[in-house]
Write a protein that binds this ligand. Structure first.
Ligand SMILES: Nc1ncnc2c1ncn2[C@@H]1O[C@H](COP(=O)(O)OP(=O)(O)OP(=O)(O)O)[C@@H](O)[C@H]1O
Ligand SMILES: [Mg+2]
Length: 351
């Protein structure tokens, strides 16, 4: 396994995932690619790595990366001003060097978009057509898509949902016009489920799961960091493949602090987080949570194949809280990361 430095931090090789992405993006766009996975599994870092080390290094790619996490999107106006801009006469998208986080329209077009006289996405498609004519491969990446929920576009003809318009735009770019790749990232799988259960979206989408690291990757990484077998097992038991927590364990060991004590404390914190959220639920729901926790601990997951609507809503709350990870494709629920499963052990009195 290679560990290189990326953005001033160690980067654990995601060889398979990188290969898939690079391959996918070199093909003609046919479907939207949804990248999903538990909180902090490394989705944003992976895609940024692919952009920096593959796409931007090859002249044939034209890339835009819109990260909705970094900004507060409360209105359509807000959305427009964050990701789009007007350019002076003579400036072109490339010439103006506006970077990969903003898209520039000619100022007269931009004025009309702002005045709601022309549709943003229609104008965007027209611009993309010009770019593709220059034999460019276009890739548009949107991170934290769920933040577009509850944003509306208002004009003389009424109110429309921005998210719906945006998704229609994505389908048009990929399946219909084959103009640009669209990669959408989210850790919100309640959102992914909605897309997956929408027949039209499902048909026009491909889903890629980015999970925490696998055991062999963690073993290799930690042995490079000087952990012995026993310590590696300990970290795996408490943190699984959660990268940011493993980084903490490495810091603890380097400082010469007691690793087990540190892990035990984190387990306790995960437990208190669970109990704190559980407190507002009815006795019946608390019992149900115990049932879920028992399955996760004994079988490794809780199956959602046969759950009813009420149970589903309950699970989704825990997923939104980022304590459980709800996978609508594999139909399984696990801890959002391994430490929550350790917290559940305390809950069940198994510690
Ligand atoms: N391959 C990797 N090697 C080393 N560190 C990584 C790797 N991928 C991610 N990280 C680190 O793990 C942390 C979480 O990564 P990142 O933010 O990319 O996850 P995410 O899945 O996008 O999270 P979120 O669900 O919050 O969007 C970051 O500190 C990042 O630097
Ligand atoms: Mg992210």
């Amino acid at each position: 396994m290679r560990i290189e430095t990326y953005r001033r931090a160690p980067f654990i090789d995601r060889e398979e995932e990188i290969e898939f992405l690079v391959d996918w993006l070199s093909e003609i766009p046919q479907k939207i690619l949804w990248v999903y996975g538990p909180k902090s599994s490394g989705k944003t870092t992976l895609i940024s790595y692919v952009i920096d080390n593959y796409l931007l290094k090859e002249k044939e790619y034209w890339v835009k990366y819109f990260n909705l996490r970094e900004t507060l999107i409360v209105s359509y106006e807000n959305f427009l001003d964050t990701f789009f801009m007007g350019m002076e006469k003579g400036e072109s998208e490339r010439g103006a060097k506006i970077g990969i986080n903003v898209f520039g329209f000619k100022s007269e077009v931009w004025k009309k978009i702002k005045a709601r006289e022309i549709n943003l996405f229609k104008a965007f498609i027209e611009e993309l057509e010009k770019i593709v004519e220059k034999r460019k491969k276009c890739v548009i990446i949107v991170d934290e898509i769920q933040k577009l929920r509850d944003v509306y576009i208002e004009n003389g003809n009424g109110t429309r949902e921005l998210l719906k318009e945006f998704l229609n735009f994505c389908v048009s770019l990929t399946k219909e016009r084959h103009l640009s790749h669209v990669v959408i990232l989210t850790s919100n799988t309640v959102f992914i489920e909605r897309i997956y259960n929408d027949a039209r979206m499902k048909e026009t989408s491909r889903f890629m799961k980015i999970d925490h690291l696998r055991k062999n990757q963690v073993e290799e990484w930690l042995s490079i960091e000087g952990f012995n077998k026993e310590e590696i097992e300990l970290v795996w038991e408490y943190y699984g493949g959660n990268i940011s927590r493993i980084l903490e364990a490495i810091r603890v060991k380097k400082k010469g602090n007691d690793l087990r004590e540190f892990l035990e404390r984190d387990k306790w914190l995960a437990y208190t987080e669970i109990v704190d959220y559980l407190i507002d639920f009815s006795e019946e729901k608390k019992k149900y949570f115990n049932e879920i926790a028992r399955d996760i601990i004994e079988k490794g997951y809780y199956s959602i194949e046969k759950i009813n609507r009420e149970q589903k809503e309950f699970l989704q709350k825990w997923a939104e809280k980022e304590i459980l990870f709800y996978d609508p494709l594999e139909l399984k629920v696990t801890g959002n990361s391994r430490i929550y499963e350790k917290g559940m052990e305390i809950l069940l009195g198994k510690n």
